[in-house]
Design a binder for this molecule. Sequence first.
Ligand code: ADP
Length: 200
Amino acid sequence: MRVVLLGPPGAGKGTQAQIIAGELGVPAISTGDIFRANVSGQTELGRKAKVFMDAGDLVPDEITVAMVKDRLAEADAAGGFLLDGFPRTISQAEQLRESLTELGHGLDRVLELVVDEEELVRRLSGRRMLVDGQMVQRDDDKPETVRHRLKVYREQTAPLSGFYEDEGLLARIDAIGAVEEVTARALAALGADRAQPSAD
Ligand code: ADP
């Protein structure tokens, strides 16, 4: 199955991506994670991306699209994937469609996690991650950067919802609630929920 997970920063995409990908038996591919790994590994790509990430801006398409194309060409993605954090602009979505068409594929579903903005700000400002045994705030989770990321989302990424709706691929789910509840809604929307065991 080829799936895109769409939703604002703080919607829980990373968490859900891992669980859903595990259920579907496909790799979860997160552009944010790939960028962060490159930043900590101090690679050339990481050095270029960091400037944009720290400002809460999108990394330019020419960097991001090339990186995703390389990742999708790896063997483990041949039978399917779950993309988290890509595409984030209409142009990225068009380029993704082109690359998949060249490979003779298309997307099966785009799943949008819906959370209101008040809840997002609350979640992001309280979010911490474990680094070297310590709970630290991500550089781009500082309040002023969070507000900017939400603005970037509204302006550049939210239009993807209409783009994929027009393609007949969009499923929207309420992403407020316990992690397991949201996962259950997601799997149901993907038609991948476990069938109830039959009586006999
Ligand atoms: P979140 O969804 O919480 O904003 P991500 O981990 O998906 O976090 O992304 C973190 C940062 O990485 C983004 O703010 C952006 O700078 C960069 N990034 C991730 N994916 C993309 C993308 N598809 N296009 C451009 N920049 C990206």
